[in-house]
Design a binder for this molecule. Structure first.
Ligand code: FES
Length: 297
């Protein structure tokens, strides 16, 4: 690979590239990720932490609470208006109290990236380290303030917000550059027109089959009297659903156990938060054809 040039040569991007290639983090990262997955198995707790009930990831909302609390406290320190310092103390206390649940949602999301790209795991570890540093610095800041050492508390807050900025930058890199969190089918809605998918005789009843139709991976399945076609890239982290299992009227993803209804792609259990696109099917002259569902009305 050539050297980064132009806009890719800016300091933050070069720094994050170094983290992405820090293979020394892999052993610890793999062990921590496995420990998290073992402790947060598919089910109600994982769905709650993943945001399945919300329709998208919960972690970004939680981070807003922590960042807003710490940042507001430091803004008060910088701009004044908090004569006795109590408002800043309360804000730091809110940030500290909301940190554990926020970290738990993040660890849960991060642990499920093991199937995607090891660079995400490395950046995630650095993100967690920076945020942990911010937590420690703000905890020390609050302790200093409560001992009456307000100046020291402010200084600790200033360093804490710097660590928070690094953690935020790395988190944004994971979401917006590495694609952790978005619906993995969002930019691939499937063929608009009826398109050939497979000769009908090549689809064995009860056996899912993966085909590519107009660049879209499609899972085909004859199930009872029905012929189903569903996007074959799991909306959670992109695994192929045809590598998973069929359980009655559900498709179960083999990577993290998300369960989608064959009939309409809706999520029966997470950690997926977005439904799986399903396609209309028909057979024409011995060929199975699919197209994306037409908007009603
Ligand atoms: S990729 Fe995670 S449940 Fe499918």
């Amino acid at each position: 690979m050539g050297e980064a040039t132009g806009l890719d040569d800016r300091l933050p991007i070069r720094a994050v590239r170094k983290v992405e290639h820090a293979e020394a983090l892999d052993e610890a990262g793999a062990a921590i990720g496995k420990a998290v997955r073992d402790r947060i198995a598919p089910g109600a707790l994982k769905d709650a932490l993943s945001g399945t009930w919300l329709g998208h990831a919960l972690h970004p909302l939680m981070t807003d609470l922590v960042i807003a609390s710490f940042l507001s406290a430091t803004t008060l320190d910088l701009l004044g208006g908090d004569r006795d310092g109590k408002a800043a103390e309360r804000l730091i206390a809110v940030g500290l109290a909301s940190y554990p649940a926020t970290a738990l949602t993040g660890a849960n999301d991060w642990a499920d990236t093991e199937v995607v790209d090891p660079r995400i795991r490395r950046v995630g570890l650095a993100h967690a380290a920076a945020n942990s540093a911010a937590l420690i610095l703000y905890a020390a800041s609050l302790a200093a303030r409560r001992r009456g050492r307000r100046g020291r508390g402010k200084l600790l807050g200033y360093t804490g917000v710097a660590a928070l900025a690094v953690g935020g930058y790395l988190g944004a890199h994971m979401s917006f550059v590495q694609g952790v969190g978005p619906n993995q089918t969002a930019f691939d809605l499937g063929p608009v027109e009826w398109s050939d998918a497979l000769e009908a005789t090549r689809l064995t009843p009860g056996e899912p089959r993966s085909v590519v139709v107009d660049d879209t991976p499609v899972l085909l399945l004859r199930h009872g009297d029905a012929l189903h076609a569903m996007h074959d890239r799991c909306s959670h982290r992109g695994c192929s659903l045809s590598d998973g299992e069929i359980d009655g009227e559900l498709v179960v993803c083999g990577c993290h156990g998300s369960r989608f209804r064959l009939a309409d792609g809706s999520v029966e259990r997470g950690p997926a938060t977005a439904p799986q696109p399903v396609f209309e099917t028909r057979e024409s002259e011995g060929t199975i054809q699919v197209r994306r569902s037409q908007p009603s009305g």
